[in-house]
Design a protein around this ligand. Structure first.
Ligand code: AMP
Ligand code: ZN
Length: 707
């Protein structure tokens, strides 16, 4: 590697040369997929540039390839107005719907006829890149289609995004000026496409996530969106993201007349453009492309969920125009949900906290829609009968809504001889107690109240996040506490000592054959969590008790109406049934629970251990400035737990709901926000970042509506 030049002028010249060369190799590598330089040589160029820039910091600029590594956090996620609306696409769910669309277009176009471009529908996140004077100045998400969120520093780390457009793509009449300084300026451009994570990178990322004890991503689309929405762009830089660009906000500014020319120009300008595109003269060619895309889907290194068919001619696109939501000149043909076959090994029965026996299909692991699945719930006995799946069957599996594993049914004709129909066990697989199916109900239950599986589930439920939230009390520790006899019921958590926890035998041995114990550090943390769990709201306590039919929202209603466990205990079933959201069935369940002497004993033990069984009744301390507003929280917040944020908002009079609707006033989107975020965008609900939330909680004032 040559030494760093000693004078600023030659340093500037060398840096410019290096940048041009590096971007050229980026282009060859990412856009054309024809690298000419070894990785080592490429790295050497980059290193030389970095050293020059370190010696002459004034030479660093935004378009330098050294700036791709991820810089300090900037003001991310600021609103960005798109040059023109970013529409979503209408869907054709099957070939008939696709044909109907093709026929509509043909009717509108009439005699003139028209060609269609077919592109793969990349399953990622939409992206808009703004170029001024040929340099990338801004990157934004789609947001609500009019206003997106700024993600520029993160996008700079994505290596196939050109930071500078290639001069070859300059519009005619500008590039051939005699003096470079006088070249006509580039028009301002907004280029659009999809950012995605290749399948292999997704698998690797999830392995790393698991190794680091972090939650894995459900699919490559979530992984891409989550990686893009990082506050620290060096995290984005560490994720292997890529783009396929396919649109220009105003292609006419470049003299372009067709979608196929848009793609050509993008390629020339240095963008990564999917080569898998065809221009079709008629419907049958469109059909062929859709069929072949479906065939090739699995072998592609990235996820696709369909084919986008677009009218090629821009003038015809203009004539066809837009609905309020989507262009009339394009349609997304969606693939049927991916289905795989595998072999059903076992129908295992799980015993839940209320004694319900749930059949679970365990099958040979298969990859479906981007992730590996090996089990799926079969819900109940009737469902197993209806689907008629039997152990040994070759079964068809898929992901419902592309998320939840589901058994579709057996492959007819592949049933091994002697496969028997499944029936719910007459005895509980955990305790051997008799099972019972209430006439008119689908659930089969273990009738033994002392059933260890139920007990384990109930004890775990008490400690779970929605209940008293004993942080760190995971299922393995609970299992060991129960198995070693340290915990029989939920009140026993409060009798545990630090020494007892530290010495807890985890049922495994080290290399030297000594037993693995929990250890002092973990024990101290756990004890602090247990201590904190003594002071939870009544709603959490009621939920945590695991009373039949009392979910989180019923618990909330009961706590609001009665204020203390004693007051609830003193109420009759009729009185309980009058609470809004609580009917006679729930009231009877509550009454039965509170009349059971075993339960009363546990409740008294809780009281004696100092577990709070009532809510402090305080007048609203703060003015109810958020009254009438509904918030929805989604994604991970950094400064608050979701419950804290909820409590703060409620203290100001706001409602906090768990689902997004037109009535939602604001959606607060934290890291890795998922479907609620998408829903908010779809419905045009105002989005807030965690900073906005912090400000609202601090000042008690909601921001002006933005839409
Ligand atoms: P949907 O989100 O199902 O309404 O589909 C619309 C989205 O598909 C667009 O916003 C794009 O992000 C995405 N998409 C993926 N590939 C393409 C493509 N080749 N052309 C247009 N949109 C695409
Ligand atoms: Zn049992």
């Amino acid at each position: 590697m040559p030494p760093v030049p000693i004078d600023a002028a030659s340093a500037a010249t060398r840096a410019a040369e290096l940048r041009r060369e590096i971007e050229h190799h980026n282009y060859l590598y990412y856009a054309l997929d024809t690298p000419e330089l070894s990785d080592a040589a490429y790295d050497s160029l980059l290193r030389e540039l970095r050293e020059i820039e370190e010696a002459y910091p004034e030479l660093v600029n935004a378009e330098s390839p050294t700036q791709r590594v991820g810089t300090a956090p900037l003001q991310l996620f600021a609103p960005v107005q798109h040059a023109s609306r970013m529409y979503s696409l209408d869907n054709a769910m099957d070939l008939d719907e696709l044909d109907a669309w093709l026929a509509r277009v043909r009717a509108a176009v009439g005699e003139r006829g028209c060609a269609f471009t077919c592109e793969l529908k990349i399953d990622g996140s939409s992206l808009a890149l703004t170029y001024e004077d040929g340099t990338m100045v801004r990157a934004a998400t789609r947001g609500d289609g009019k206003v997106g969120e700024e993600v520029t520093p993160n996008i700079r780390t994505v290596r196939d995004v050109p930071l500078r457009l290639r001069d070859e793509a300059r519009p005619a009449g500008a590039a051939d000026t005699l003096f470079a300084e006088e070249a006509a300026p580039w028009p301002a451009l907004e280029v659009r496409g999809e950012i995605y994570m290749p399948k292999a990178s997704f698998e690797r990322l999830n392995e790393e996530q698991l190794a680091a004890d972090a939650a894995p991503f459900a699919n490559p689309r979530n992984a891409a969106a989550g990686s893009l929405r990082q506050k620290d762009s060096s995290v984005t830089a560490s994720r292997d993201l890529a783009t396929f660009m396919y649109a220009i906000a105003d292609p006419r500014a470049l003299g372009i007349r067709r979608q196929s020319e848009v793609l050509e120009w993008l390629r020339l300008a240095g963008f990564h453009v999917n080569p898998d595109v065809v221009t079709c003269a008629d419907a049958s060619a469109v059909h062929d492309y859709c069929a072949s895309a479906l065939d090739r889907r699995e072998a592609l290194p990235y996820e696709i969920d369909g084919v986008v068919v677009k009218v090629d001619e821009l003038s015809l696109q203009d004539e066809l125009g837009y609905t309020s939501k989507a262009p009339r000149w394009a349609i997304a043909y969606k693939f049927p949900p991916e289905e795989k076959t595998t072999v059903l090994r076992e129908i295992r029965v799980q015993v839940g906290r209320t004694g319900v026996l749930t059949p679970l299909a365990e099958f040979e692991p298969v990859t479906v829609s981007g992730s590996t699945i090996a089990r799926a719930t079969l819900h109940n006995e009737d469902e197993v009968r209806r689907k008629d799946v039997r152990v040994g069957d070759t079964i068809i599996v898929r992901k419902a809504g592309d998320v939840i594993p589901e058994v579709v049914g057996p492959v007819a004709g592949m049933r091994p001889e002697g496969a028997v129909q499944w029936t719910a066990p007459t005895h509980c697989p955990s305790c051997g107690g008799p099972t019972w199916r209430e006439p008119g109900e689908v659930a089969v239950r273990c009738t033994n109240v002392a059933c260890p599986a139920q007990r384990l589930e109930r004890i775990g439920h008490w400690a779970s996040r929605g209940a008293t939230d004993i942080d760190g009390m995971g299922s393995e520790i609970i299992m060991r506490l129960v198995e070693t006899g340290a915990v029989h019921d939920i009140a026993d958590f409060y009798t545990l000592s630090a020494d007892q926890l530290a010495a807890l035998d985890m049922g495994r041995v080290k290399k030297d054959n000594t037993p693995v114990t929990l250890g002092e550090t973990v024990a101290a943390k756990l004890l602090a969590s247990i201590e904190a769990s003594r002071h939870r709201t009544l709603a959490r306590v009621l939920f945590g008790l695991g009373i039949r039919h009392v979910g989180a929202s019923v618990a909330e209603a009961l706590a609001g109406a009665f204020g203390s466990l004693d007051a609830l205990s003193a109420a009759s079933a009729e009185e309980i049934a009058t609470v809004e959201g609580v009917g006679p069935k729930i009231a009877a369940g509550v009454r039965a629970f509170l009349d059971n002497p075993d339960n009363l004993e546990v409740i008294e033990k809780l009281r004696a251990s100092g577990v709070s069984l009532e809510d402090e009744r305080t007048e609203p301390a703060r003015p109810q400035t958020l009254a009438g507003l509904t918030f929805v929280l989604t994604g991970a917040l950094e400064r608050f737990t979701r419950d804290e944020a909820t409590a703060e908002l409620k203290a100001l009079g706001a409602k906090v709901s768990s689902s997004v609707s037109k009535k939602t006033s604001y959606v607060v989107a934290g890291e890795d926000a998922g479907s609620k975020y998408d829903k908010a965008v779809e419905l045009g609900v105002a989005l807030l970042a965690e900073d906005d939330l912090a400000r609202i909680i601090e000042t008690g004032q909601a921001p002006e509506a933005t839409s």
